[in-house]
Design a binder for this molecule. Structure first.
Ligand code: ZN
Length: 109
């Protein structure tokens, strides 16, 4: 892996790209990423991907909860769907906060 020293873009490959796809800097602006840092990047990619998958599933929960609230069969049903909506929104915000800390610690590449 190679990192663009200008913009931080990470390239996967044997060699650095001719130009940075993000900022256009030439190949000599890329530095080789150390093996242990590569492992950290792969590890955090996996974790961030899980967060994104979970967030996508919560969007499904939100759609179902909305439909249930709208259906409004009886008060007991609405309580369940409102609770599901509330919790899904909280977890989604927690995911955003968590990914935010990964980015600030440079764990997002
Ligand atoms: Zn760049």
């Amino acid at each position: 892996m190679w990192r663009c020293l200008v913009c931080g873009y990470v390239h996967d490959g044997e060699n650095a790209p001719k130009n940075c796809p993000k900022c256009g800097s030439p190949q000599d602006k890329f530095e080789k990423i150390a093996k242990e840092d590569e492992d950290k990047i792969l590890r955090s990619r996996f974790s961030n991907d899980l967060h994104m998958q979970l967030s996508a599933q919560l969007d499904v929960v939100l759609d179902i909860a909305e439909a249930g609230i709208e259906d409004d069969l009886d008060p007991g049903c609405v309580v369940v769907f409102k609770k599901a909506k509330e919790e899904a929104l909280i977890i989604k915000q927690m995911i955003k906060a968590e990914i935010g800390t990964h980015i600030s610690k440079g764990k997002w590449s």
